[in-house]
Ligand binder design. Structure first.
Ligand SMILES: Nc1ncnc2c1ncn2[C@@H]1O[C@H](COP(=O)(O)OP(=O)(O)O)[C@@H](O)[C@H]1O
Ligand SMILES: [Mg+2]
Length: 316
């Protein structure tokens, strides 16, 4: 895959001196859904609006399909659609006019077939002549998406598309996003719902305090999630793990009084029975057992609070 958006060392210091982005590097792959996960104030909106050219960066570069967005702003910006966090629609406008207007802003020739396609795709065709103020919150958000797609962008940025949206509507929005992806649109969305990242994303980026702490394939993150740890407290301290137990990759605590075994919860066998038998054969007596599981939430909380990846004992 090739990067459709290439973000290099993006920094933003707001007037007053607050550093909201501390040098973000990120490559967005064509066709993917990337979820940027972070708590309130992490810098998600700043990052997205800087990439989209709405906020000026203090330093750094963005290339969209190879176009430098300083030197070739129109080409770069034309490839991007942005659905802002706040709903900022003119209540008296009619849905279809509002979408046509957005297309015009990008200097695109009118194309009724495209407008119809977008409105149908977002289940708004039967509302095309309604005034925006007559629509429900979920529909208004879909109008924002329609406007953002009006000029046929290749990359769509959605800033917290489901913040404050009820659970049923959230699922509807997820379906919409999945359909857009199926239609070939690259999607970057921000969210503070871990569940949303889990449901939708191909890759997940974690942002906090203006820094991108991690960008990883969701599947790999899920595999980490699927891991559990069994901590075995020992009756007597040991100095090393017996060679006969090497296949279990045990980790010995520094005090020698416990060992930790990591296993995949989705595997058919956990290997625990075999491990316990092996310990007994090695003459090791157990005092207690504890299990813990790392989840995306743990990984996220660990990153956001500690600034480091939670290790084996992260969820103990
Ligand atoms: N125009 C601004 N001037 C000064 N500080 C700002 C401005 N906009 C945002 N910030 C600050 O930058 C940080 C990141 O904000 P934002 O990007 O909106 O975060 P998020 O979208 O992740 O909630 C916050 O601490 C916020 O208060
Ligand atoms: Mg925000």
């Amino acid at each position: 895959m090739t990067a459709i958006v290439d973000i290099k060392s993006l920094r933003k210091v707001y007037k007053g001196g607050f550093e909201a982005l501390k040098g973000v590097d990120l490559q967005i792959e064509e066709g993917e859904i990337l979820a940027l996960l972070g708590p309130n104030g992490a810098g998600k909106t700043t990052l997205i609006s800087t990439i989209c050219g709405i906020t000026d960066p203090t330093s750094g570069e963005v290339l969209v399909a190879g176009h430098n967005w300083r030197k070739a702003y129109r080409q770069a910006r034309g490839l991007i659609g942005l659905v802002p966090q706040e709903i900022n629609l003119e209540g008296f406008d009619r849905v279809i006019n509002s979408v046509r207007f957005s297309r015009g802003l990008f200097g695109m020739k009118p194309d009724e077939a495209h407008i119809e396609k977008v409105l149908r795709q977002l289940s708004l065709w039967d509302k095309k002549d309604a005034r925006i103020r007559e629509l429900s919150g979920g529909m208004k958000r879909r109008v924002l998406i329609a406007k953002a797609l009006s000029h046929e962008p290749r990359v769509l940025f959605l800033d917290e598309p489901t913040a404050g949206v009820d659970v049923a509507l959230r699922k509807g929005m997820w379906d919409t996003v999945a359909e857009l992806k199926a239609n070939g649109v690259t999607i970057i969305l921000t969210t503070h719902y871990i569940e949303e990242a889990e449901a939708l994303a191909d890759r997940v980026g974690v942002i906090n305090g203006g820094e991108l702490l991690l960008v990883e394939d969701k599947q790999r993150l899920m595999e980490r999630m699927g891991r559990k740890q069994l901590t075995i407290e020992l009756q007597e301290k040991i100095d090393s793990i017996p060679a006969s137990l090497s296949e279990f990759d045990l980790e010995l605590a520094p005090d020698g009084r416990s060992v930790t075994y990591s296993y995949d919860t989705r595997g058919e066998r956990t290997g625990i029975t075999k491990l316990l038998a092996g310990l007994s054969e090695a003459g090791i007596v157990l005092r207690d057992l504890k299990t813990s599981q790392s989840s995306l939430e743990d990984i996220f909380v660990g990153l956001v609070e500690g600034g480091t990846t939670p290790s084996k004992e992260g969820a103990a």
